[in-house]
Design a protein around this ligand. Structure first.
Ligand code: GLY
Length: 297
């Protein structure tokens, strides 16, 4: 059995690539990495890689992570500028160092040492991203946009893996890091148990450690759907209980048998899915609670 999921409709291309690799007996680690490459390169995806949201200084600084469910090893890079595939640099941190997290200029010099090719700003920053930045940078309104590709795969050998990649929140303070490269918040996986990844406003997802909680509930015997529902509801109401107004939180997860599920607290979330016997397709996720209706009411 093999299975793969990734957040948002723009990830259909990611699971199509993953399907090619996994149905031929390839590894989950390769499926998530090579699938995410397509989204990192796609200039029309405004929240991941090339063409992604700029920070308040007009720079494109990317965050990414990979975690191997067999070993619990992980690799993370945050605030990396000038490289097209931060997910591959994260994989190199995981596989080629004794460490887990490298940030900013140190992650960039590590990438150079590892032979990753640099990508100039005129390639990485699209006209669309620059125009959006110029139009929004001086507005007092809250900047919108903070999504992520979070991808979980199970290969035929039973290994689970998760990887994430994002340009972070639109107009963030330079140096700000969201949930995407934070273990337990933006991602978590353990082979034989399950994996999860998050998308939404990083600050809210980090406050509630969403991804580890989903995997831990599956470990305790909850189905993928019950686990992810429980975590989105608990995160949403915990934030409210603490006097905060919950922003977008969406999660996808997979159990050790390749069963998949998603849950969210807002309209419009969908994920891409492929598994043995099921061609790549999109799954729309109705909100389990709608933060916008709740705030109006
Ligand atoms: N979820 C992406 C971020 O907040 O940076």
């Amino acid at each position: 059995m093999w299975s793969m999921i990734a957040t948002w409709p723009f990830s259909l291309q990611c699971v199509e690539k993953g399907e090619e690799i996994l149905k031929g007996g390839g590894r989950a680690l390769d499926a998530v990495e090579r699938g995410i490459h397509l989204v990192e390169t796609d200039p029309t995806v405004d929240c991941v890689g090339r063409g992604g949201y700029l920070n308040a200084d007009g720079e494109l600084a990317l965050d990414a992570a990979m975690m191997d469910g067999d070993t619990l090893k992980m690799g993370v890079v945050a605030c990396v500028r000038g490289f097209e595939h931060p997910v591959s640099i994260a994989r190199a941190v995981m596989e080629k160092t004794k460490h887990s997290i490298l940030v900013g200029q140190y992650a960039e010099s590590f990438a150079r040492r590892m032979g990753f090719q640099e990508a100039p700003p005129e390639y990485m920053i699209t006209d669309h991203a620059r125009l959006k930045y110029e139009a929004e940078k001086d507005k007092a309104t809250k900047p919108s946009g903070h999504d992520t590709i979070g991808c979980v795969a199970l290969d035929q050998a039973g290994s689970l893996c998760v990887a994430t990649s994002t340009s972070g929140a639109n107009l963030r303070l330079p140096g700000r890091v969201g949930d995407t490269p934070i273990i337990g918040s933006g991602f978590y996986v353990q082979s034989g148990v399950g994996g999860a990844a998050a998308t939404g406003l990083g600050e809210d997802i980090m406050r509630t450690c969403c991804s580890f909680r989903v995997v831990d509930l599956m470990r305790r015997g909850l189905s993928a759907q019950d686990a992810v529902n429980e975590v989105v509801l608990t995160a949403h109401y915990t934030l409210k209980q603490c006097g905060l107004k919950p922003d977008c939180i969406a999660l996808v997860c997979m159990d050790a048998r390749g069963n998949t599920a998603g849950a969210c607290n807002h309209k419009g979330f969908a994920y891409a899915c492929a598994r043995e016997g099921e061609a790549p397709h999109l799954v729309e996720v109705p909100p389990i609670i709608d933060k916008d209706e709740e705030q109006e009411g």
